[in-house]
Write a protein that binds this ligand. Structure first.
Ligand code: FES
Ligand code: FE2
Length: 386
């Protein structure tokens, strides 16, 4: 996507489209059904290309609220890359490769803190300021040609939006790349009530024994809802009616709730978040599910062709201040986790069957077209980045 990309399509006509969809029990945009080779979920070659490609797309690696004040820092690892995030004196966040410029040791061990003054490498004590500049070199006389100005920690493009810190792992890419890639769909998300500066809550990371794309595929169709989610949220939704808007490689999905079909609200009484789930998918691994009064973020970190680490953060309007509030949000988090567990158990079962030879291809219906679109965009992206 570039700066001249069209504004996010049809942002305000969900009501009209939802009415039509419910009347016909069919979403407005239906595409081509088709087939996808199952090898794409197992291939080590494709996986290696995907890892390269993922470094060139923004991923949210933490909640903004995790870096509460100047001097707050976070050291973590994503896609095998050691990262250091630091809140600066001016309130902005900088992201660095957490790799010493002397001989490459990890400068800051994994963890977090609130009052960093400087970071000292555990190998020979080269010391970096919180803005990344190289400050101290013990026995500097031994480095005849060292230009300290050029030897600060390598910065990565970093951008805060929707209460999350988005980073590009490829040090060749600039900040401009981050905002441009997130594009107008991020503006659309941030314009929702409570989504400008939500607070991170109940973060957790865990692993699933499935290829990361199987976890993405499940977001793009509502066909499975009434069956796979019958013990959790199926009754809340109208059926197989999900409205999809594309924005470059991203998507906004609107899954219509049963109360919309029942109440048929007038346009001025239509509040999209009360009558459906709004999901913002930022290509290729970030998903923000917007609920009526909060949101759930998840990012997929592929580990191997058969394994994925999932990072989740709940985004709340404010930190819960009472036990009652804590209970309320925890109940929401629990339901979200139970629902995702249903999806991910199925993804694991699919992964286990991939090698059996039962399928050379998976077959997609017209109302599952978004899965095929995603895989086509992924293939294009792999070509562009490798
Ligand atoms: S590797 Fe960091 S000071 Fe030597
Ligand atoms: Fe699902």
């Amino acid at each position: 996507m570039n700066a001249a990309a069209p504004i996010f399509p049809r942002p305000v006509d969900l009501h009209e489209r939802a009415l039509q969809a419910v009347a016909q029990m069919r979403a407005d945009a239906q595409g081509q059904g088709g087939q996808l080779p199952v090898a794409s979920y197992r291939s080590p070659e494709q996986f290696a290309q995907e890892m390269q490609m993922l470094r060139q797309h923004p991923q949210a690696v933490a909640a903004s609220s995790e870096l509460a004040q100047p001097g707050s820092w976070l050291s973590l690892t994503r896609l095998g890359t050691p990262l250091l995030l630091v809140r600066q004196a001016d309130g902005s966040v900088r992201a660095f490769l957490n790799v010493c410029r002397h001989r490459g040791a990890r400068v800051v061990a994994e963890g977090a803190g609130d009052q960093a003054r400087a970071f000292s490498c555990p190998y020979h004590a080269w010391t970096y300021q919180t803005d990344g500049a190289l400050r101290g070199v013990p026995q500097a006389e031994g480095f005849a040609d060292l230009c300290k100005q050029d030897m600060g920690l390598r910065r990565l493009a970093c951008h805060e939006a929707a209460g999350l810190i988005w980073v590009l792992l490829d040090p060749q890419l600039s900040e401009q790349n981050t905002t441009t890639q997130l594009g107008p769909m991020m503006q659309d998300l941030c314009a929702l009530a409570g989504m400008q500066q939500p607070v991170g809550y109940a973060p957790r990371s865990y692993e699933v024994a499935a290829n990361w794309k199987l976890l993405v595929d499940g977001v793009f169709e509502a066909y499975h809802f009434k069956i796979a989610h019958q013990k959790t949220i199926a009754a809340m939704f109208a059926g197989n009616v999900q409205l999809v808007d594309e924005c470059g490689p991203h998507r906004r999905l609107y899954l219509i709730k049963a109360n919309f079909a029942l109440e048929q609200p007038a346009p001025d009484a239509f509040e999209p978040r009360q009558y459906g789930n709004l999901t913002y998918f930022f290509f290729p691994t970030n998903t923000v599910l917007v609920q009526p009064d909060h949101a759930q973020f998840s990012c997929l970190e592929p580990i191997s062709p058969e394994r994925t680490r999932i990072h989740e953060i709940t985004l709340l309007p404010q930190t819960p201040a009472t036990e009652k509030a804590e209970k309320y949000w925890q109940a929401n988090v629990d339901l979200y986790r139970r629902t995702l567990a249903e999806d991910y158990a199925l993804a694991e079962s699919i992964q286990q069957g991939l090698a059996s030879g039962a399928n050379e291809h998976f077959t997609f219906a017209s109302f599952e077209y978004s899965i095929g679109r995603f895989h086509a965009q992924l293939q294009q992206s792999l070509k562009d980045s490798n």
